[in-house]
Design a protein around this ligand. Structure first.
Ligand code: NAG
Length: 222
């Protein structure tokens, strides 16, 4: 090995070593104190939220009652996701966790979407759900889908496109935990067909014609 090529090999190794911790930090950071209840009045903008003074923290900051009531399923999806993330539940700040309640009317769907920052562990309480996600492993799309029943759980790995469809004869109810205080959600169809993306991008991206693009766009116009 020449001096030059061994120098480049060293640089490459150093780059890999430097990048590994960055990849490992793609999830929420670990907390640096026991509690950091979101100070909803703080004007400060940081990656996460400022903590309210510990002296003002009370047990109520760690309790959330917003998952008790069913969401209204009288909408196009016949389903409703009620979130308990750091926005609704300030006590979750820095804890790397959140939850949702999902109500489904008969035939209701939680359409294909992703959570950029969270793995989701869903537990079905009532009904029958056809659930699944698409893996991108090896750049080949692989579907993992099945039907689950009350008491059964299903996990949707972080960032992957996933869905739930009520295939039972009655309403369904599920709760899920998510591995981020702020999982984020991106609905696949509205994300692509609502904004002013040039038609040509969608025509070529989906291999469809202008009419079909317009027809789908119309479904997601408010
Ligand atoms: C979900 O349910 C809540 C509570 O009933 C309601 O305010 C909200 O508009 C519903 N969302 C949709 C998309 O129907």
């Amino acid at each position: 090995m020449t001096i030059r090529s061994s120098m480049w090999a060293t640089v490459a190794v150093l780059l890999v070593v430097a990048l590994v911790p960055m990849l490992a930090m793609a999830a929420d950071e670990d907390p640096l104190q026991d509690v950091c209840v979101r100070d909803t009045a703080a004007a400060l903008t940081i990656n996460g939220f400022a903590c309210k003074p510990f002296a003002k923290v009370s047990v109520d900051d760690f309790k959330f009652v917003g998952l008790k009531n069913p969401g209204d399923t009288n909408n196009a999806n016949k389903a409703n996701v009620t979130a308990a993330s750091v926005i609704q539940f300030p006590g979750l700040n820095t804890l790397g966790i959140s939850a949702v309640r999902i109500d489904f009317a008969k035939g209701g769907i939680n359409p294909p979407h992703t959570h950029p920052r969270a793995t989701e562990l869903l537990i079905l309480l009532k009904g029958e759900l056809y659930v699944g996600f698409v893996s991108s492993n090896g750049a080949v799309n692989t579907l993992f889908a099945t039907t689950i029943y009350p008491g059964e759980a299903f996990v949707f790995p972080r960032g992957l496109v996933h869905f739930q469809l009520n295939v039972g004869k009655a309403p369904a109810l599920a709760f899920a935990g998510l591995s981020s205080q702020n999982p984020g959600v991106q609905q696949v169809a509205p994300a692509l067909f609502m904004p002013d993306i040039k038609d040509e991008v969608l025509e070529k991206g989906f291999r469809i014609d202008t009419k079909t693009v317009d027809m789908i766009q119309k479904q997601f116009r408010m």
